[in-house]
Design a protein around this ligand. Structure first.
Ligand code: COA
Length: 245
């Protein structure tokens, strides 16, 4: 049982590796995931699961332990959630197999989601006698509309990858594991070719949970935009484009 971290020049790949338990997440795994996200020094992070499951969600045994490790503000799961919200890296999820519970809700906080045809998302909280977590009751209605979100969160049925794609929860559906790996490698290479500060700040703008109006957002965008105009990488890019004309 481990979180495997492989760091390249531009991409850190973080793999949930507990296939015998369908990558169910224990407190130790949440802490390791948090650590991986907090320390990732590359502009791109790929999050994936080993052995044909993305993750079966929170370890059900941990839920039963009633030690409050799965709820509250100062817990490994909350640390992981905060790390995913806060990371400056663009987070790309490579989903092959079931993404259940927090395995599905964490995808709402990734920037790009690629999934194999056989994958599915499932939000089974009500059937377990729980409620949605990781802000999903807030984010999902905004992503797919209130009625669709209600369907997903009240019934908790499996949402096959093609349906998740139609709903806008998945960017692309790939035929199989090999096609998924190829596509994710291709897309992360395309991301790595972009200036790192632009990637980080664009992610920050896309994930901004504070702005309440377009004007407020325009102010934040202007600050970043103004700063980037003085960035040497941006200046070099602009000069190169100008030179080509
Ligand atoms: N917590 C703890 N153990 C889990 C688990 C979880 N969330 N999900 C799967 N496992 C364990 C099973 O208990 C089983 O352990 P065992 O081999 O010691 O009996 C092993 O993983 C394999 O599970 P199994 O159900 O046989 O695999 P499957 O491939 O047939 O089905 C899933 C995979 C993901 C569809 C199924 O395991 C599942 O629905 N799991 C529960 C998901 C869930 O409700 N998560 C909580 C969300 S809040």
């Amino acid at each position: 049982m481990s979180i495997d971290v492989v760091a390249g020049e531009a991409v850190t790949t973080v793999t949930i590796n507990r296939p015998d338990k369908r990558n169910a997440l224990t407190t130790a795994l949440y802490s390791a995931l948090a650590e991986a996200l907090e320390t990732a020094a590359t502009p791109i992070v790929v999050l994936t699961g080993a052995g044909g499951t993305f993750t079966a969600g929170n370890d059900l045994g941990d839920f039963l332990a009633h030690d409050d490790s799965a709820a509250g503000d100062d817990t490994p799961v909350r640390r992981f959630q905060e790390a995913l919200l806060a990371t400056r890296a663009v987070v790309v999820a490579a989903v092959d197999g079931p993404a259940v519970g927090i395995g599905a809700t964490l995808l709402l906080h990734c920037d790009l989601v690629y999934a194999t045809e056989r994958s599915y998302l499932q939000f089974p909280f009500t059937s377990l006698g729980l409620v949605p977590e990781f802000g999903s009751s807030f984010v999902l209605p905004r992503l797919v509309g209130p009625q669709r979100a209600a369907e997903l969160l009240l019934f908790g049925d499996r949402v096959p990858a093609p349906e998740a794609h139609r709903l806008g929860l998945v960017n692309e559906v790939l035929a199989d594991t090999a096609a998924l790996e190829t596509r994710v490698a291709d897309r992360t290479a395309a991301l790595a070719a972009q200036p790192a500060s632009s990637l980080a700040l664009t992610r920050e703008l896309l994930r901004d949970t504070e702005s309440t109006s377009v004007r407020e957002r325009m102010d934040v965008e202007s600050q970043h935009f103004g700063k980037l105009l003085h960035d040497p990488a941006t200046v070099a890019n602009l000069r190169a484009k100008l030179g080509r004309r």
